[in-house]
Design a protein around this ligand. Structure first.
Ligand SMILES: [Zn+2]
Ligand SMILES: [Zn+2]
Length: 227
């Protein structure tokens, strides 16, 4: 029945008919087919107007969890992570979303680059993990290598941003905290003694925090400049 739903969805051997596809998918789910649960779960999380399936994130989330219990992880972990990240269908838990993303990346598979890109976003926003632009850049670069063009945009727009002037090709990292970037020594010096939000105080705090947490950034990732 899951196969039949797929045929209707793609128009293979029958005329494409998404509402029919949804009907057969629902029947297959009723019989406990894990792949169909994965499919319907993903559809319910976002809703599919063309198929006449209204969004029901809570039920979608439940179906995806059932798939996990049945040992299916492909196309499941990423959707679950997004549910936890956005709080759609389940209580928001960004830290758990990060755990699922790491699990997915470790396993490999088709959603790996997506997960790496999402993990980079978590590091940019400090959502579920401590904000860390170095880690964000690392995961973004991996996602780009894995074929994610969206990650390349994230990298340019959010990570390689000068903390002083906002230009997006800042390659120099503050050599003390290794958390913020600048175009050059001029921007860095200006930010160090900035009138309203100087990096001076912030720099020592973040450098200390990462030493204590034992998460000092790996060296040689970007050129550093003296401060
Ligand atoms: Zn700058
Ligand atoms: Zn610094």
């Amino acid at each position: 029945m899951g196969r039949l739903a797929d045929c209707y969805y793609r128009g293979q051997g029958v005329r494409e008919d998404r509402p029919q596809s949804a009907v057969w998918l629902e029947k297959a789910v009723g019989l406990g087919d894990a792949d169909s649960k994965a499919c319907l779960g993903n559809v319910l999380v976002t809703g599919d107007a063309q198929a006449g399936v209204a969004k029901d994130a809570a039920r979608g989330f439940q179906l995806l969890c059932q798939c996990l219990e049945q040992g299916v992880t492909e196309k499941i972990l990423y959707s679950l992570a997004v549910c936890y990240w956005t709080g759609d269908g389940v209580e928001k838990d960004a830290a758990h979303a990060v755990t699922l993303l790491r699990q997915l990346i470790e396993q490999g598979g088709m959603d790996t680059a997506l997960a790496q890109e999402q993990l980079a976003r978590c590091y940019i926003l400090g959502d579920g993990v401590e904000a860390d632009t170095v880690q964000a850049a690392l995961w973004c670069q991996r996602a780009v290598a894995g074929g994610s063009s969206a990650a390349a945009n994230v990298l340019l727009r959010h990570i390689l941003r000068c903390n002083f002037c906002g230009k997006t090709s800042a390659l120099q990292l503050c050599s003390r905290c290794r958390k913020v970037r600048y175009c050059n020594a001029v921007c860095q010096a200006a930010h160090w003694t900035h009138a309203t939000d100087p990096h001076k105080g912030h720099c020592r705090r973040t450098a200390q925090a990462s030493e204590e947490a034992g998460t000092a950034a790996p060296g040689g990732h970007a050129s550093s400049s003296a401060s």
